[in-house]
Design a protein. Sequence first.
Length: 78
Amino acid sequence: MKKEDLLNRITLNPEVMVGKPTIRGLRITVEQILKALAGGVTVAELLDDYPELEREDIQAVLIYASELVNEEQVFAVK
């Protein structure tokens, strides 16, 4: 699946989860998935815990996060 297709799985809607980025309009946020992965939850466990998720959704979350970090600029403070 192409990067653009994966990123289309991340949706923003002010009426869903207060506008936080979610996966395919579900009430599962990018933040939830990232925190779970950072906490040691495996992809297999996430897919078991959230049967509506697909493996491509996890990929989309990681690409979305990497794109945000890629755009970040850090300036030295003097």
